[in-house]
Design a protein around this ligand. Sequence first.
Ligand code: SAH
Length: 444
Amino acid sequence: MSRPRGSGGARYSTRCAAEKADFASAALPFGKTFRYTHFAPFCGGTMPGSGTDKTKNWIDQPGPVVVLVEPQLGENIGAAARAMANFGLSRLRLVKPRQSWPNDKARMMAAGADRILDGAQLYDTLEAAIADCSFVLATTARAHDQAKPVVGPNEAVRQIAPRIAAGETVAIVFGRERNGLENHEVALADRIVTLPVNPAFASLNLAQAVVIVAYEWFELLTEGKLPFAMPEKSPQAPKQQLLAFFAALERELEKVEFFRPPDKRETMQVNLRNIFSRMQPTQQDIQTLHGVIMSIAEGRKGPARGGVLDGAEAEMLRELLAEHGGGRAPEERGPVRGLARLLRRNPTEAERLLWQALTNDRRFAGRGFKRQTPIGQHICDFVSFPLRLIIELVPAEKSEGAAAPRAARGAWLKERDYRIVEVLATDVESDMATVLDRIGQHLA
Ligand code: SAH
């Protein structure tokens, strides 16, 4: 066996001296074991964004040797090394690379697959590069018209796997970018490997040819096992949970007389249940669906976070405050603000509707309207400070006691140049368009 000319890369090496391997095993499809190597973290930097994950085990399973014959571009050598690292191959041999070696462009394209480049061995001839191999495959896009079995990449890796598992050294040879492998080089091989390609455009980039063969190798080695799967965050819903959901769903549908006509009821139920059974729901799925059904059935959720009052109670609270002077607490801002917050969280129906209309109508959007905002000691239903405009919702039935404080407060605000538009809550519910037009007149 002839000696390699030496291995390149010492001055590029980013590996630390303490790098060491420990092995774990798993079953291989062709009867041997599957060995992962765990390397201590690299001391030097790898290329950023290379997808290198140092927390994962490097797959260091015996595989075929990749031989590149007179590669012209360092970039292709680097890209081939990257592809090899992606698919668990580590042994690279170069026969007379045309550019100097080690090579910066190769390093750049390897994107972190430094260990492959560092371990690459250089040879003067293909014969020397395959001298220790018992089985050799020559990859080519061209028919070389030689009496030699031709196989596709999948068949190729199937044929070499048992040999490699038995400890043999097997080489896969790739040719020059410009003119591939010479006839006499193909003659050295036991098999010809060609890819199923468009015959009118058959020649792949060197590194891309390497990646396809490397992929086939790894796919066979790992039986196509993917590195990750959809996370199972919630276990499958047990039948009991599913049945309880069906019962709730059907109970709600009964209420709206969904199952009509009565003779179709059973089929309808079965069909409906099957929709959900088919999707193999998780416990979380069923909880969510349950929540959806119940919230549709029970209508709009109660007041927003922090709210406890329904529409009627919210109105009563406002009346009470109106009678007692808007929660006045002289020289104290805290309670007023607290009340304002409470009112904001407990909108009356009219308030909710008007606010929705104000925020959706282009005339009012961006004019700085706020809800339930303190002005001095007073809390106003809606105010725009930029416009100095206040919109007050007036309840349908005004309480006697609220009239005087309301007037006092109006005077206080007018003194401070606020304009007040009073809007009847009943109008908001019955004729929003007119209400908005009226408010709109005050915008100029
Ligand atoms: N023009 C050259 C192709 C060189 S491509 C020729 O006609 O042969 C560089 C190398 O990539 C090839 O030598 C071969 O090893 C590999 N390759 C490219 N296309 C291939 C294909 N369709 N099937 C198998 N190997 C291929």
